[in-house]
Design a protein around this ligand. Structure first.
Ligand code: NAD
Length: 369
């Protein structure tokens, strides 16, 4: 059996605390589930600035490019607020995304039964919710040229950004969405603004053409992005996979995240193109940041990071059985009443980061007998 190479970049703030629990689950998988990992660790963000003067060293970047999967904690914190824009902790993360060419960002929004009351929406609207937002991550208005702020004179300035997409950019992210749908509920909803934007019209036509050519077995629908924003809070369970561009995906994925109620529970994956062997560059990270307000106190919720590793098992290592096992262990622990402070509710048992890790490992042991 070939060993999978994992690069762990815990980063700053609560990053190292939550990633410690991930490491324990990686070791458990290696011990109990016939999986072999070679794990290395590196620095990213503020801790890399302190050590090397840059938020990501060339050596760490090379390790990331060579790894089967990168697992990231979080970067940033008030200590580095004063550093220059190009050297800030987040620049390390942006360099990883750019050089690994991670064009597809996957953000699941899953409501665990035990946490159904954490959502601000009515329980009947969100109970059983399981949707996946696929956001295009390297194109569109955040990168398009021309961009900038021009001085037109007489105290008037003009801010410009350009929304631009090409057919290959649209079709490669749509392909990821169709492939994912085949392993889930077999439905894709593509969102754009074709009524007012030519780039939206092209998006719609290219997704439709790809569907007709290669994915007729998947149910495809189209929705204007503003209508999708409304439908996400009105009836989110109508969706399975949503695919959309960088800007709309930024907004819709945050909206979907809030359906679940807690930022400490949200994983994500960012994937690059598949090589000749079908291997994709991939980065897995929780949606949350470094939470400096609670760092170093062993109170952070490690579940977002653990579920991110679950996504690595599913999408980089094709081990959905183990990913399901981890999901089940998390569900059972929550059902048993264990809660970190961020998801605490009356009558539940409040626990620390490490005790949440202990409980999940115990549950994994129980599940495999
Ligand atoms: P944040 O996600 O770090 O924290 C927002 C709130 O959620 C805080 O109250 C925090 O305590 C809480 N929280 C976050 N994760 C939690 C967890 N796992 N368990 C329990 N509570 C949790 O966002 P922020 O406060 O806006 O940013 C803090 C720092 O993180 C900033 O430096 C920001 O730039 C950085 N940041 C990094 C990333 C990343 O690494 N991908 C993402 C967002 C923000």
């Amino acid at each position: 059996m070939a060993a999978y190479s994992l690069l762990m970049l815990p980063g700053d703030g609560i990053g190292p605390e939550v990633m410690r629990q991930v490491r324990r689950v990686i070791d458990w998988m290696a011990r109990r589930r016939d999986l072999e990992f070679t794990v290395s660790e590196g620095l990213v963000g503020g801790c890399a600035i302190d050590a090397y003067g840059v938020p990501l060293s060339d050596e760490t970047m090379a390790q990331a490019l060579a790894a089967d999967a990168v697992l990231l904690g979080a970067v940033g914190g008030p200590k580095w607020d004063g550093v220059s824009f190009d050297k800030r902790p987040e620049a390390g993360l942006l360099r990883l995304r750019k050089e690994m060419e991670l064009f597809a960002n996957l953000r699941p929004a899953v409501v665990f039964d035990a946490l159904v009351d954490a959502s601000t929406l009515k329980p009947e609207v969100v109970r059983g919710l399981d949707i996946m937002i696929v956001r295009e991550l390297t194109g569109g208005v955040y990168f398009g040229e021309p961009r900038g702020i021009e001085d037109l004179g007489n105290g008037i300035r003009r801010g410009v950004n350009t929304q631009v997409y090409t057919t290959p950019e649209i079709q490669r992210v749509a392909r990821v969405a169709f492939e994912l749908a085949r392993k889930r509920g077999n439905k894709v909803c593509s969102c754009e603004k074709r009524n007012v934007m030519e780039s939206g019209l092209l998006w719609n036509q290219d997704v439709t053409a790809l569907h007709a050519a290669e994915y007729k077995d998947v149910e495809l629908s189209h929705m204007l992005a503003d209508a999708a924003a409304m439908q996400l809070v009105r009836n989110p369970k109508q969706f399975d996979v949503i695919v959309t561009d960088n800007l709309f995906g930024d907004i819709l994925s945050d909206e979907a995240a809030m359906l679940t109620g807690s930022i400490g529970m949200l994983p994500s994956a960012s994937l690059g193109a598949a090589d000749a062997n079908g291997r994709r560059k991939a980065l897995y990270e929780p949606v949350h940041g470094s939470a400096p307000d609670i760092a170093g106190r062993d109170v952070a919720n490690p579940i977002a990071s653990l579920l991110s590793f679950g996504m690595a098992l599913r999408y980089s290592f094709d081990r959905s059985e183990e990913a399901d096992l981890l999901d089940k262990a998390v569900q059972n622990v929550l059902k048993g009443g264990m809660r970190t402070a961020d998801i605490m509710s009356p009558g539940m048992a409040r626990c620390s980061t490490s005790v949440m890790g202990d409980s999940i490992l115990r549950e994994l042991d129980k599940l495999v007998g």
